[in-house]
Structures are given as structure tokens and as C-alpha cells.
Design a protein around this ligand. Structure first.
Ligand code: NAI
Length: 372
């Protein structure tokens, strides 16, 4: 059976506009046919539904680029170990998925499209199963981590330091999923905000979002000594180690976290690029990490930290929205650029930088963070 990305994409484009209905149908079907699987999922399924669809979208649209797809599915397969997913679950999911696509792309469905979906799903499932199997020999499915520090830097923002009980290898810029004892089976992503350390400690920057179960628990109900669960590190926004270019980082709010890890790792590497870090918040009170960044700047003269505030008219420093602020400087077209923050800010910043001549290949971002 050979892959036919075109047929998969064309039929999937009929499902995309009715994503909410299709994912509800998918889970309804999955649980009706396999009731024992329901307990593997959280009680409230809204975030889960969005995640499934965004993962599916990403897979479908990357069918033409096997390397990117293999890297993504490899991470996804490793990550699914923490849910207790094993090979036979993929058959159940594959059946429900095929039934869903068949139903929502009924207008065009035929044997050829069905064969294309079966081939694509088998390839994806095999990549995930293979990477989970090889990972199981070398790595735990999840990590326990003790909270060793909890600093409330703003009413809604905390910097939390964790000590994983086993070594947690990761690359600067990557993120982990976090589960609290209060909300079993509910995992949310947070970037690791420091480069790897000898003592294995990691920091997370957490903002509580309205209705965010995990983020609110981490801000309001988590104390030193508590234990969290962490999934395996993931993400591809990592530093270009051999690059000789200067660096621009554009950080919106807690999107600072992975960029701070990247900046720390560049400093630790011994390289001396000029680094501009544009650090944006809505109000000056939300520049929760500024004192730390200023300390970094004073010990590494090639780093320039530029705080920017968007929604506080009386603020005396630089004011404005990050995408537009990036255009106030000289051209960044020869820089490596890393962008992280609210997705609308990231998209607009990337669009403007591209318009100003920065090649897309040099702009690094990670589109993963959902509701917290
Ligand atoms: N906590 C973490 O580890 C990580 C968080 N993120 C993401 O970063 C984001 C951070 O959110 P908050 O701290 O609440 O940020 P925020 O809403 O307070 O905004 C931060 C900055 O982005 C600008 N901004 C916001 N929306 C904009 C738009 N539509 N156009 C232009 N500029 C805009 C603001 O002016 C401000 O300068 C979240 O979306 C989160 O998912 C991403 C990676 C890691």
C-alpha cells in the first residue's frame, strides 16, 4: 500500500470546516466500541478534542515531508507512553478515525481514498509504536518532580522550580507536559525556562488562565514539597548550535520561558553572538522576569534586553505591540530569530519579519501551546 498524500489532504479538507463535529463523533465512536478506553482520558474532553484535531491536521499537512513527520510522530509516540497507550490501542483509534473521515468526507469517498487513509494511518501508527518501543528501553514513560521553589511574581504568574527524581534529558527550547495530583489525566504543556543544569533542576513560567485547571492549580494550590508528573520533553524550537549569526528573540509574556533557556544555552556555549531579546508584556507589572534578565545582561555584555509594554499608556520605557516593535530597529535579515508567545502575536511577528526580508528558514517557533 503506498502513501497518497494528495487524496488524504483533499478528503481531509472537507473535514476541517466541521472539526468540532468530527472530533465529537470520533470520540463517541471510539468509546462506544471500546468502553474500556474511556478511563484513559480526562473527564472533560474539550482540550483533548482540540489536541487530537491539531495533531491530525499537522500530520495530514506534513505527509509530503517524511523527515518532519517522522520527528513529530516519534515525539508523539514517546509522549503517549505516559497515558499507558500500547500497540493494540492504535487499531481501535484507527477504526474510529476511518469511520469519522468516511462519514464527514462522504461526498467524495471511494475505495481509493479509503486505501490512502489506511496507508497513511498505518505509517503514522507504526512510527509512533516504533518510537515508543525503542524509548521504553532507555527512558521512563513519565517523571516525578518535586517542587523546590514557588515564586509568585505577579498575581497570575509564578516561576516554579522542580527537581525531577530521575535525570530528565532535554534540549533548550523544549517543553514538557505537566500533570498535578488534583487533576488526574489532565496534562498541560509548559516550556522549560533554563538550559540543562548539573543539578537537573528545571524552571517553569506559569500564568494562570481563566478556567485553566492545571495553570490555576500550579499558581494557587501548589506548595514547596508537592510532587508533579512530567511527560517527556518535546518540541523543535531549539538553538542552531553551529550558527555564527547574531540572534533576535521575541518573547510575549510567559512565551519568554523557552527563549530564556535558548539564550542561557548560547551564553553557556562560549559563543559570543549579539543577542537582542525583545520582552513584551501588557503592563509593566507583568514583566515578571525582568530583574533576572537584567542580571543576565550585566554578566554577558553581548545580550541586550529590551522590555516593551503594550497596554499601559503611562509606561516610560518602550511601548507598543511586539510585531510592530520588531520593525523599529535595523533589519534582522541576517539573524537567527526565535519567536514565542500568544499565537496571534507569533503569527503577526513572523509575517512582518518575513516581509522585512528574514528568510522563513531562519525564523524558529513552536506551535504547540494550547489551553492551560
Ligand atoms: N508558559 C510557557 O511555558 C509558555 C507559554 N507560551 C504561550 O505564551 C503565551 C503567553 O501568554 P501571556 O503571558 O498571557 O501573554 P499576554 O497576553 O500577556 O501578551 C504578551 C505580549 O504579547 C503581546 N500580544 C498579545 N496578543 C497580541 C496580538 N494579538 N498581537 C500582537 N501582540 C500581542 C502583548 O502586547 C504583550 O506584549 C500563551 O499563549 C502561552 O500559551 C508559549 C511557550 C511557553
Amino acid at each position: 500500500m503506498s502513501l497518497n498524500p494528495r487524496l488524504v489532504k483533499e478528503s481531509f479538507s472537507l473535514v476541517e470546516p466541521v472539526a468540532a463535529k468530527a472530533t465529537a463523533y470520533f470520540y463517541g465512536r471510539l468509546f462506544a466500541e471500546n468502553p474500556h478506553l474511556r478511563s484513559m482520558f480526562p473527564p472533560a474532553m474539550n482540550v483533548q478534542r482540540d489536541r487530537l484535531f491539531s495533531a491530525l491536521t499537522r500530520i495530514v499537512w506534513s505527509l509530503d515531508s517524511p523527515d518532519g513527520m517522522a520527528a513529530y510522530l516519534g515525539q508523539l509516540g514517546r509522549d503517549h507512553r505516559k497515558y499507558g497507550v500500547v500497540a493494540e490501542h492504535y487499531t481501535a483509534v484507527g477504526n474510529a478515525l476511518l469511520a469519522t473521515i468516511r462519514r464527514f468526507a462522504a461526498d467524495v469517498w471511494n475505495d481509493e481514498i479509503e486505501a490512502a487513509w489506511v496507508a497513511a494511518y498505518s505509517a503514522a501508527a507504526n512510527l509512533m509504536i516504533g518510537s515508543a518501543e525503542s524509548d521504553s528501553g532507555v527512558s521512563p514513560a513519565w517523571w516525578l518532580a518535586e517542587v523546590v521553589d514557588h515564586e509568585l511574581r505577579h498575581r497570575d504568574i509564578a516561576v516554579i522550580t522542580l527537581r525531577p527524581t530521575q535525570r530528565l534529558p532535554y534540549t533548550p527550547g523544549q517543553y514538557v507536559t505537566v500533570q498535578t495530583a488534583r487533576w488526574p489525566r489532565v496534562w498541560r504543556t509548559f516550556s522549560i525556562a533554563n538550559a540543562p543544569r548539573q543539578d537537573n533542576m528545571i524552571k517553569l513560567h506559569v500564568r494562570s488562565v481563566p478556567g485553566g485547571w492545571v495553570s490555576t492549580t500550579l499558581i494557587r494550590h501548589t506548595r514547596i514539597g508537592d510532587t508533579l508528573m512530567l511527560g517527556p520533553p518535546m518540541g523543535s524550537m531549539t538553538p542552531r548550535e553551529h550558527s555564527v549569526r547574531d540572534v533576535l528573540c521575541v518573547a510575549g509574556g510567559t512565551g519568554l520561558a523557552p527563549l530564556k533557556a535558548i539564550v542561557e544555552s548560547i551564553i553557556a556555549s562560549g559563543r559570543r553572538p549579539n543577542i537582542h531579546l525583545l520582552y513584551g508584556a501588557r503592563t509593566s507589572g507583568e514583566l515578571y522576569d525582568l530583574p533576572d534578565l537584567i542580571r543576565m545582561q550585566s554578566s554577558f555584555p553581548w545580550l541586550r534586553v529590551l522590555p516593551v509594554v503594550s497596554d499601559e499608556p503611562g509606561y516610560e520605557g518602550m511601548r507598543g505591540h511586539l510585531p510592530e516593535v520588531t520593525q523599529r530597529f535595523h533589519s534582522w535579515s541576517e539573524h537567527d530569530v526565535y519567536v514565542c508567545g500568544p499565537s496571534s502575536m507569533v503569527n503577526e511577528t513572523v509575517r512582518r519579519l518575513q516581509g522585512d526580508g528574514v528568510p522563513l528558514a531562519r525564523i524558529h517557533r513552536d506551535a504547540v501551546h494550547g489551553e492551560r
